[in-house]
Design a binder for this molecule. Structure first.
Ligand code: TYM
Length: 333
């Protein structure tokens, strides 16, 4: 008998350029796992519209996220790659889960509080954002979810909702989702220009390296990254900015290069210009094959549209089965 593969789900919002933190925290683990997992990779456009956006740019942004998944090495023959709004069951399940989620727990979410202070007149979509995220994951009965550290609180809530649903309706409908084990701990990559905060599109292009950045842009952004006055302290006291550069080096360079730089740092002989130069070249090399594939795919956007339409069929089928089971258990059929 064919052994069933564990199910993995992740999502990326089409809100502009995909950056290296999105790639390393969410896309890469999915690429690495695609032979061994049944994967649902989603472009979460319904989440993207909870913050101000331009409708004219949205369809291009959606396609570009699909391009980035594929360019990073996702094989559409192995993986279901699709757009959230193409499957109406996401919002249907969200409504059903809303009935077992308390307003208080949603108001406690850090991202909700941040968005609420950033966008004065916060809409209900922002408050309900994590319920939609829980619905995304549970609609495919996913067990493994690769995300960055910033999404851990939402994943925790999805776990609570899954447990509560199973208890309330006295049936183990949902597996309890967890962080995909492929990342040994949740990744938090900091903003290059402001290492107290996470790397994020909302802090402007100087904070992040986009997957599409050309070599000179990468060199410029890394060379102006915030560090400190020099490696005078011991390694434990590495400043946030320098630790962030080392983290990026560990994720993009070979072990030898990383060890060499670390050794230098420990010996207090490392100049940050040198670290930055090595890191910039390492990121450039790391992104080069992805960028080449990206250009090919952008020239062949009909193929990308076909992948998304095939993904829609497969996702629709799976989600349809799960929503039927959920409604039955809730007494709705
Ligand atoms: P989004 O689009 O903001 O980010 C996509 C992924 O990138 C991760 N990420 C980071 N990881 C480490 N360091 C950073 N600085 C950093 N910035 C972003 C995010 O953690 C995420 O994994 N709500 C989600 C999208 C979503 C989702 C889901 C994810 C919707 N439904 C279901 C998983 C499962 C979000 O806003 O991601």
């Amino acid at each position: 008998m064919k052994k069933e593969k564990p199910i993995l789900f992740t999502g990326i919002r089409p809100t502009g350029e995909v950056h290296i933190a999105n790639l390393l925290a969410a896309i890469y683990p999915a690429v690495k796992a695609q032979d061994d997992y049944e994967e649902y990779l989603c472009i979460v456009d319904l989440h993207a519209i909870t913050t101000p956006y331009n409708p004219e740019d949205m369809s291009q942004a959606i396609k570009e996220v699909a391009v980035d998944y594929l360019a990073a090495g996702i094989n559409p023959d192995k993986v279901v790659l699709f757009v959230q709004s193409h499957i109406p069951y996401h919002t249907e399940l969200m409504w059903l889960l809303n009935t077992i989620t308390s307003v208080g727990e949603l108001q406690r979410m850090t991202q909700y509080k941040e968005f609420k202070s950033r966008y004065k007149d916060a809409k209900a979509g922002i408050l309900n954002y994590p319920v939609l995220m829980a619905a995304d994951i549970l609609l495919y009965k996913a067990k493994y979810v690769p995300v960055g550290e910033d999404q851990m609180q939402h994943l925790e809530l999805a776990r609570d909702i899954a447990k509560r649903f199973n208890q309330t309706f006295k049936k183990e409908v949902f597996p309890i989702p967890e962080l995909a084990k492929l990342t040994e701990k949740p990744l938090r990559i900091k903003a290059l220009n402001n290492p107290k905060n996470k790397m994020s599109k909302s802090l402007g292009p100087k904070s992040y390296i986009a997957i599409a950045d050309d070599p000179d842009t990468i060199r410029r952004k890394i060379s102006s990254a915030v560090t400190d006055t020099g490696p005078s302290q011991d390694t434990e006291k590495m400043s946030a900015g320098v630790a962030n550069l080392f983290l990026l080096l560990r994720l993009t360079a070979d072990e030898k290069t990383y060890n060499h730089m670390e050794e230098h740092y420990k010996n207090k002989t490392l100049k940050y210009v040198e670290l930055k130069a090595v890191l910039a070249e390492s990121i450039i090399d790391f992104l080069k094959p992805i960028q080449e594939k990206r250009e090919e795919l952008l020239d062949n956007i009909d193929y990308v549209a076909k992948v998304l339409s095939e993904g829609r069929e497969k996702a629709y089928h799976k989600a349809g089965q799960v929503i039927k089971e959920v409604k039955e258990v809730m007494g709705l059929l």
